[in-house]
Design a protein around this ligand. Structure first.
Ligand code: ADP
Length: 257
Protein backbone atom coordinates (compact mmCIF):
# COMPACT_ATOMS: atom_id res chain seq x y z
CA UNK A 1 0.00 0.00 0.00
CA UNK A 2 1.33 3.42 -0.87
CA UNK A 3 2.17 5.91 1.85
CA UNK A 4 -0.75 8.09 0.82
CA UNK A 5 -3.32 5.45 1.69
CA UNK A 6 -4.08 6.67 5.17
CA UNK A 7 -7.30 6.23 7.05
CA UNK A 8 -7.90 9.97 6.66
CA UNK A 9 -10.44 11.08 4.10
CA UNK A 10 -10.23 14.14 1.88
CA UNK A 11 -7.14 15.77 0.41
CA UNK A 12 -4.21 13.42 0.08
CA UNK A 13 -6.26 10.29 0.77
CA UNK A 14 -5.93 7.58 -1.89
CA UNK A 15 -9.15 7.86 -3.91
CA UNK A 16 -9.30 4.19 -4.90
CA UNK A 17 -7.05 1.24 -4.11
CA UNK A 18 -7.66 -2.47 -4.55
CA UNK A 19 -5.26 -4.95 -3.00
CA UNK A 20 -5.33 -8.54 -4.16
CA UNK A 21 -9.10 -8.57 -4.55
CA UNK A 22 -10.85 -11.82 -5.28
CA UNK A 23 -14.58 -12.21 -5.68
CA UNK A 24 -16.30 -15.53 -6.01
CA UNK A 25 -19.99 -16.16 -6.51
CA UNK A 26 -21.75 -19.34 -5.55
CA UNK A 27 -20.29 -22.46 -3.96
CA UNK A 28 -19.08 -25.93 -4.89
CA UNK A 29 -19.05 -26.94 -8.54
CA UNK A 30 -21.01 -23.83 -9.51
CA UNK A 31 -18.43 -21.37 -8.14
CA UNK A 32 -17.60 -18.44 -10.41
CA UNK A 33 -14.41 -16.52 -9.74
CA UNK A 34 -15.32 -13.06 -11.04
CA UNK A 35 -12.12 -11.38 -9.78
CA UNK A 36 -8.88 -13.24 -9.23
CA UNK A 37 -6.20 -11.20 -7.46
CA UNK A 38 -6.79 -7.67 -8.76
CA UNK A 39 -4.56 -4.88 -7.42
CA UNK A 40 -4.91 -1.29 -8.53
CA UNK A 41 -4.19 2.20 -7.21
CA UNK A 42 -5.94 5.18 -8.80
CA UNK A 43 -4.26 8.53 -8.06
CA UNK A 44 -6.26 11.71 -7.55
CA UNK A 45 -7.47 13.25 -10.82
CA UNK A 46 -6.74 10.13 -12.86
CA UNK A 47 -9.10 8.75 -15.51
CA UNK A 48 -8.96 4.97 -15.88
CA UNK A 49 -10.92 2.76 -18.29
CA UNK A 50 -11.52 -0.93 -17.68
CA UNK A 51 -11.98 -3.12 -20.75
CA UNK A 52 -12.31 -6.82 -21.37
CA UNK A 53 -14.63 -9.42 -22.85
CA UNK A 54 -18.12 -9.82 -21.50
CA UNK A 55 -17.97 -11.69 -18.18
CA UNK A 56 -14.32 -10.74 -17.54
CA UNK A 57 -15.19 -8.99 -14.27
CA UNK A 58 -15.43 -5.30 -15.23
CA UNK A 59 -18.67 -4.58 -13.37
CA UNK A 60 -17.59 -6.65 -10.38
CA UNK A 61 -14.35 -4.65 -10.19
CA UNK A 62 -16.26 -1.38 -10.27
CA UNK A 63 -18.75 -2.60 -7.67
CA UNK A 64 -16.00 -3.78 -5.30
CA UNK A 65 -14.11 -0.47 -5.71
CA UNK A 66 -17.29 1.51 -4.98
CA UNK A 67 -18.22 -0.58 -1.96
CA UNK A 68 -21.42 -1.78 -3.64
CA UNK A 69 -20.17 -5.34 -3.40
CA UNK A 70 -17.79 -6.84 -0.82
CA UNK A 71 -14.74 -8.74 -2.09
CA UNK A 72 -14.35 -12.36 -0.98
CA UNK A 73 -10.70 -11.71 -0.04
CA UNK A 74 -8.42 -8.69 -0.33
CA UNK A 75 -8.84 -5.08 0.62
CA UNK A 76 -10.58 -2.14 -1.05
CA UNK A 77 -9.82 1.46 -0.05
CA UNK A 78 -12.14 4.30 -1.03
CA UNK A 79 -11.19 7.94 -0.31
CA UNK A 80 -8.63 6.73 2.18
CA UNK A 81 -11.05 4.48 4.04
CA UNK A 82 -10.54 0.72 4.24
CA UNK A 83 -13.92 -0.75 3.31
CA UNK A 84 -13.26 -4.10 5.00
CA UNK A 85 -15.80 -4.64 7.74
CA UNK A 86 -17.52 -1.25 7.33
CA UNK A 87 -21.22 -1.37 8.17
CA UNK A 88 -23.80 -0.77 5.42
CA UNK A 89 -24.58 2.59 7.06
CA UNK A 90 -20.94 3.67 7.06
CA UNK A 91 -20.56 2.56 3.43
CA UNK A 92 -23.69 4.47 2.44
CA UNK A 93 -22.41 7.63 4.15
CA UNK A 94 -18.99 7.30 2.55
CA UNK A 95 -20.53 6.91 -0.92
CA UNK A 96 -23.03 9.71 -0.30
CA UNK A 97 -20.33 12.17 0.76
CA UNK A 98 -17.54 11.33 -1.69
CA UNK A 99 -18.73 9.25 -4.62
CA UNK A 100 -20.84 9.79 -7.74
CA UNK A 101 -22.14 7.28 -10.28
CA UNK A 102 -22.86 7.60 -13.97
CA UNK A 103 -24.60 4.58 -15.49
CA UNK A 104 -25.44 3.51 -19.02
CA UNK A 105 -29.13 3.88 -18.16
CA UNK A 106 -28.64 7.42 -16.69
CA UNK A 107 -30.46 6.61 -13.40
CA UNK A 108 -32.28 9.90 -13.03
CA UNK A 109 -35.49 10.23 -11.03
CA UNK A 110 -38.23 10.62 -13.68
CA UNK A 111 -40.50 12.83 -11.59
CA UNK A 112 -37.79 15.38 -10.76
CA UNK A 113 -36.53 18.22 -12.96
CA UNK A 114 -32.92 18.31 -14.17
CA UNK A 115 -32.04 20.80 -11.41
CA UNK A 116 -33.75 18.67 -8.75
CA UNK A 117 -31.90 15.58 -9.95
CA UNK A 118 -28.61 17.46 -9.66
CA UNK A 119 -29.57 18.63 -6.16
CA UNK A 120 -30.61 15.18 -5.00
CA UNK A 121 -27.32 13.98 -3.44
CA UNK A 122 -27.20 17.11 -1.25
CA UNK A 123 -30.83 16.67 -0.22
CA UNK A 124 -30.30 12.98 0.58
CA UNK A 125 -27.25 13.96 2.65
CA UNK A 126 -29.48 16.31 4.67
CA UNK A 127 -27.72 19.40 3.35
CA UNK A 128 -29.17 22.46 1.71
CA UNK A 129 -28.52 22.31 -2.02
CA UNK A 130 -26.16 25.05 -3.19
CA UNK A 131 -28.19 26.62 -5.99
CA UNK A 132 -25.21 28.42 -7.47
CA UNK A 133 -23.26 25.15 -7.66
CA UNK A 134 -26.25 23.45 -9.32
CA UNK A 135 -26.63 26.25 -11.88
CA UNK A 136 -22.89 26.23 -12.54
CA UNK A 137 -22.86 22.45 -13.04
CA UNK A 138 -25.83 22.53 -15.43
CA UNK A 139 -24.22 25.42 -17.29
CA UNK A 140 -20.97 23.50 -17.58
CA UNK A 141 -22.66 20.54 -19.22
CA UNK A 142 -24.55 22.84 -21.59
CA UNK A 143 -27.99 22.49 -19.99
CA UNK A 144 -28.44 25.89 -18.34
CA UNK A 145 -31.71 26.42 -20.22
CA UNK A 146 -33.05 22.93 -19.49
CA UNK A 147 -33.04 22.97 -15.70
CA UNK A 148 -36.85 22.70 -15.48
CA UNK A 149 -37.07 19.74 -17.83
CA UNK A 150 -37.82 16.24 -16.63
CA UNK A 151 -35.75 13.29 -17.90
CA UNK A 152 -38.49 12.21 -20.35
CA UNK A 153 -38.22 15.65 -21.98
CA UNK A 154 -34.48 15.26 -22.54
CA UNK A 155 -32.51 13.19 -25.06
CA UNK A 156 -30.26 10.35 -23.87
CA UNK A 157 -27.18 12.53 -24.20
CA UNK A 158 -28.84 15.33 -22.25
CA UNK A 159 -29.87 12.91 -19.51
CA UNK A 160 -26.28 11.71 -19.23
CA UNK A 161 -25.20 15.37 -18.99
CA UNK A 162 -27.56 15.78 -16.04
CA UNK A 163 -25.93 12.74 -14.38
CA UNK A 164 -22.50 14.32 -14.91
CA UNK A 165 -23.74 17.69 -13.60
CA UNK A 166 -24.95 15.82 -10.51
CA UNK A 167 -21.44 14.42 -9.99
CA UNK A 168 -19.85 17.85 -10.55
CA UNK A 169 -22.22 19.70 -8.20
CA UNK A 170 -21.66 17.09 -5.48
CA UNK A 171 -17.89 17.64 -5.85
CA UNK A 172 -17.49 13.89 -5.59
CA UNK A 173 -13.89 12.78 -5.07
CA UNK A 174 -14.49 9.63 -7.10
CA UNK A 175 -16.76 9.11 -10.08
CA UNK A 176 -17.64 5.56 -11.13
CA UNK A 177 -18.95 5.35 -14.67
CA UNK A 178 -20.40 2.00 -15.83
CA UNK A 179 -20.64 2.00 -19.65
CA UNK A 180 -21.58 5.71 -19.60
CA UNK A 181 -21.69 5.99 -23.40
CA UNK A 182 -23.20 2.54 -24.05
CA UNK A 183 -26.61 3.95 -24.98
CA UNK A 184 -25.40 6.99 -26.94
CA UNK A 185 -24.53 7.70 -30.56
CA UNK A 186 -20.90 8.38 -31.46
CA UNK A 187 -21.06 12.17 -31.47
CA UNK A 188 -23.03 12.41 -28.22
CA UNK A 189 -20.67 9.88 -26.64
CA UNK A 190 -17.68 12.05 -27.57
CA UNK A 191 -19.15 15.08 -25.82
CA UNK A 192 -19.89 13.03 -22.68
CA UNK A 193 -16.31 11.70 -22.65
CA UNK A 194 -14.99 15.26 -22.96
CA UNK A 195 -17.02 16.24 -19.90
CA UNK A 196 -15.70 13.25 -17.96
CA UNK A 197 -12.14 14.10 -18.95
CA UNK A 198 -12.65 17.70 -17.82
CA UNK A 199 -14.00 16.48 -14.48
CA UNK A 200 -10.70 14.64 -13.95
CA UNK A 201 -8.34 17.28 -15.36
CA UNK A 202 -10.03 20.46 -14.12
CA UNK A 203 -11.78 19.29 -10.95
CA UNK A 204 -9.39 16.55 -9.88
CA UNK A 205 -12.14 13.95 -9.75
CA UNK A 206 -10.83 10.41 -9.95
CA UNK A 207 -12.71 8.44 -12.59
CA UNK A 208 -13.05 4.70 -13.06
CA UNK A 209 -15.04 3.80 -16.18
CA UNK A 210 -16.00 0.46 -17.69
CA UNK A 211 -16.53 0.43 -21.42
CA UNK A 212 -16.69 -1.86 -24.45
CA UNK A 213 -15.72 0.93 -26.80
CA UNK A 214 -12.04 1.50 -27.74
CA UNK A 215 -12.79 5.12 -28.69
CA UNK A 216 -14.34 5.77 -25.27
CA UNK A 217 -11.41 4.06 -23.53
CA UNK A 218 -8.93 6.23 -25.46
CA UNK A 219 -10.22 9.27 -23.52
CA UNK A 220 -8.73 7.78 -20.36
CA UNK A 221 -5.14 8.18 -19.11
CA UNK A 222 -4.84 4.50 -18.34
CA UNK A 223 -6.61 1.52 -19.87
CA UNK A 224 -6.74 -1.75 -17.97
CA UNK A 225 -7.58 -5.02 -19.69
CA UNK A 226 -9.29 -7.78 -17.74
CA UNK A 227 -9.53 -11.43 -18.73
CA UNK A 228 -11.15 -13.99 -16.44
CA UNK A 229 -10.98 -11.62 -13.49
CA UNK A 230 -7.28 -10.83 -13.89
CA UNK A 231 -5.55 -7.69 -15.12
CA UNK A 232 -3.58 -8.89 -18.13
CA UNK A 233 -2.37 -5.53 -19.39
CA UNK A 234 -2.29 -1.84 -18.61
CA UNK A 235 -1.71 0.87 -21.25
CA UNK A 236 -0.96 4.55 -20.78
CA UNK A 237 -2.77 6.99 -23.11
CA UNK A 238 -3.23 4.45 -25.90
CA UNK A 239 -4.92 5.34 -29.18
CA UNK A 240 -8.30 3.78 -30.01
CA UNK A 241 -6.55 1.71 -32.69
CA UNK A 242 -4.04 0.26 -30.23
CA UNK A 243 -6.84 -0.56 -27.83
CA UNK A 244 -8.91 -2.23 -30.57
CA UNK A 245 -5.87 -4.27 -31.66
CA UNK A 246 -5.24 -5.43 -28.10
CA UNK A 247 -8.89 -6.32 -27.63
CA UNK A 248 -8.99 -8.43 -30.78
CA UNK A 249 -5.94 -10.32 -29.47
CA UNK A 250 -7.71 -10.87 -26.18
CA UNK A 251 -10.63 -12.40 -28.08
CA UNK A 252 -8.41 -14.66 -30.18
CA UNK A 253 -6.41 -15.65 -27.06
CA UNK A 254 -9.77 -16.55 -25.55
CA UNK A 255 -10.77 -18.66 -28.52
CA UNK A 256 -7.42 -20.45 -28.38
CA UNK A 257 -7.99 -21.54 -24.81
P1 ADP B 1 -18.36 -7.94 -17.08
O1 ADP B 1 -18.81 -6.69 -16.43
O2 ADP B 1 -16.95 -7.89 -17.56
O3 ADP B 1 -19.29 -8.42 -18.17
P2 ADP B 1 -19.11 -9.17 -14.58
O4 ADP B 1 -18.29 -8.50 -13.54
O5 ADP B 1 -20.54 -8.75 -14.73
O6 ADP B 1 -18.36 -9.11 -15.98
O7 ADP B 1 -19.14 -10.74 -14.29
C1 ADP B 1 -17.96 -11.52 -14.07
C2 ADP B 1 -18.37 -12.97 -13.83
O8 ADP B 1 -19.06 -13.06 -12.58
C3 ADP B 1 -19.30 -13.53 -14.87
O9 ADP B 1 -18.98 -14.89 -15.07
C4 ADP B 1 -20.68 -13.39 -14.24
O10 ADP B 1 -21.56 -14.35 -14.73
C5 ADP B 1 -20.36 -13.60 -12.78
N1 ADP B 1 -21.28 -12.88 -11.89
C6 ADP B 1 -21.41 -11.55 -11.79
N2 ADP B 1 -22.33 -11.22 -10.86
C7 ADP B 1 -22.80 -12.39 -10.35
C8 ADP B 1 -23.76 -12.73 -9.36
N3 ADP B 1 -24.43 -11.82 -8.68
N4 ADP B 1 -23.97 -14.06 -9.12
C9 ADP B 1 -23.29 -15.01 -9.80
N5 ADP B 1 -22.36 -14.75 -10.73
C10 ADP B 1 -22.12 -13.47 -11.02
Amino acid sequence: MSATATSERGAGATPVALEQITKTYGAGAGTVRALDGVSLVLPEGSFTAVMGPSGSGKSTLLHCAAGLDAPTTGRAVLVGQDLTGLSEDALTRLRRDHVAFVFQSFNLIPTLTAAQNVALPEILAGRRPDERAIDAALDRVGLADRWRHRPSELSGGQQQRVAIARALAARAAVLFADEPTGALDTRTAASILELLRAAAVEDGQTILMTTHDPVAASSADTVIFLVDGRIVEQMTRPSADRIAARLSHLSSDERAR
